[in-house]
Design a protein around this ligand. Sequence first.
Ligand SMILES: Nc1ncnc2c1ncn2[C@@H]1O[C@H](COP(=O)(O)OP(=O)(O)O)[C@@H](O)[C@H]1O
Ligand SMILES: [Mg+2]
Length: 279
Amino acid sequence: MLSEVIATRYVTPLREGGSLPGIVEADDLGTYVMKFTGAGQGRKTLVAEVVCGRLAQRLGLRVPRLVQMQLDPVIGLGEPDQEVQELLKASGGLNLGMDYLPGSIGFDPLAYQVDPAEAGRVVWFDALINNVDRSWRNPNMLVWHGDLWLIDHGATMIWHHNWPTAQSAAAKPYNASDHVLAPVGPDIAAAAAALAPLVTRELLEEVVADVPDEWLVDEPGFDSTDALRRAYVDVLLPRAATIHERITMEAEVKVRTGPPGWLADRLDPRPRKMKSDSE
Ligand SMILES: Nc1ncnc2c1ncn2[C@@H]1O[C@H](COP(=O)(O)OP(=O)(O)O)[C@@H](O)[C@H]1O
Ligand SMILES: [Mg+2]
């Protein structure tokens, strides 16, 4: 279970993305980015944040610590922004918080180098959860203390919006051409070999157990929250085993590193070594 804190002060909205998360302080003296049940797609966004965030953490990828946050909308009464007021009013009760990473900066592919092994793990994970929200326009990654951190998994697992077709939707390929790390040449095969065996039924059951019941109740077609939790496991488990075979990337994005060929030849007239020659 995620630990639970109580929101004590609404500090400021974060306006980069679409869902208007806020920076909020809590009774444990922590500062969190709070994602609200009253926003856009509502509680399914938060379910996706928990399932994917906890799964990523269990696979050794960096995602800020997640907590359950109790909100009394009264803490936003002094907030001048009408949109924020309404969001808080619509979100009384249980919401999601994640550790605020102070001083972090948005990932910029020109300023921060990611090696193909790490890029492979991120792209493989995004393929597993069908994340289409990690493009160069909107990378949803932060750099903090020199490391890469993944955020914003609310728009993943498209299949949980239509359970009757979930298995066939999850069997589809993942097009990574637009992924912000595609130009790095992600080593998908190595990532799949290392990570896929870790995604066991037991691990997935532990991950979905962290989703609060009240975000799962009354889902049409399911007579209990446990049945709905099982549905997440039953989709993610087979997808983890085979998704690496269905990751597509357009050819040109794979080679977009370093100077163009004609320039590289002028800079260094020696025949270029293949990477594998030097290893
Ligand atoms: N844990 C965090 N620490 C610091 N900044 C964050 C954190 N989470 C999100 N942000 C900032 O808030 C912005 C919006 O958050 P995000 O989770 O991407 O929500 P959305 O895109 O749905 O609005 C991010 O682009 C980032 O700049
Ligand atoms: Mg975002």
